[in-house]
Design a protein around this ligand. Sequence first.
Ligand SMILES: NC(=O)c1ccc[n+]([C@@H]2O[C@H](COP(=O)([O-])OP(=O)(O)OC[C@H]3O[C@@H](n4cnc5c(N)ncnc54)[C@H](OP(=O)(O)O)[C@@H]3O)[C@@H](O)[C@H]2O)c1
Length: 246
Amino acid sequence: MAYHYAKAGAHLVLTARRENVLSGVRSKCLELGAKSVSLLVADMGSSAAREPVVEKAIAEMGGLDYLVLNHIGSTPFQMWNGDVNHTRWLMEVNFLSYIHLATKALSHLAKSRGSIIVLSSLTGKIATPFTTSYGASKFALDGFFSSLRHELAMRRIPVSITLCILGLIDTQSAMEKIRDKIAMHAYPAHDAGLAVVAAGASRVEEMYYPWYVRPLCFIRDWFPQSRAWLIQKSYQYKAEETVVSP
Ligand SMILES: NC(=O)c1ccc[n+]([C@@H]2O[C@H](COP(=O)([O-])OP(=O)(O)OC[C@H]3O[C@@H](n4cnc5c(N)ncnc54)[C@H](OP(=O)(O)O)[C@@H]3O)[C@@H](O)[C@H]2O)c1
């Protein structure tokens, strides 16, 4: 996504935890045509670390047109194992930090008639196995940001919210996770990123990528028993893998 914004000549502020990775992305963004690229190293699981991120970004750029909420904490792709502390941490990273950043950015985005882009998943619309905590965080994002979208419209605040519902994308982390668990075609991250950027610019409420995601969401509630059977058959599972701690 950063590379697509760079090609459009944007000013960018990028944030994540690994500075060396961010530096590499910055170099490529500058090559591609970004007007400026600043880096903010921060752990979104820490309320104190993320608190100044939006203000620092405003100081760097003088304003804000898009807030792209994309980061996710690492979570195992496996049956629920009873680790409530992990779920609490994941909600902090995947859900509460999104609300925190959006809240900080809202007044700045209202000035620019800007946009919030929220990365979600098919798993945030249709529950699937091996994604208990991750799926919960994505359903929570839908609930929060869809409610906030109503409120912004009712208050005539000109900030759009685009929820991006993605199917399987070929990022390294996703490919490693699903290996040996589900056989499914993954779509290119480059195209997914472009679809996200275009959807945010078009101010659509929900964006679906790739092509099969929208029809699946549309028929989600039509045949609940066949849906459950089909989903469960698609995942490979050995009974001895299940360990639920009390
Ligand atoms: N890939 C898919 O198949 C797929 C499918 C549906 C939806 N999505 C959604 O698309 C988005 C991107 O997915 P992805 O596959 O690109 O994920 P990813 O490869 O795991 O990338 C996660 C990004 O978040 C950053 N990050 C992780 N923990 C962080 C933390 N505590 N604080 C700050 N930054 C943190 C990582 O950088 P650092 O490690 O340097 O912090 C990395 O840049 C997510 O919202 C995901 O739910 C992906």
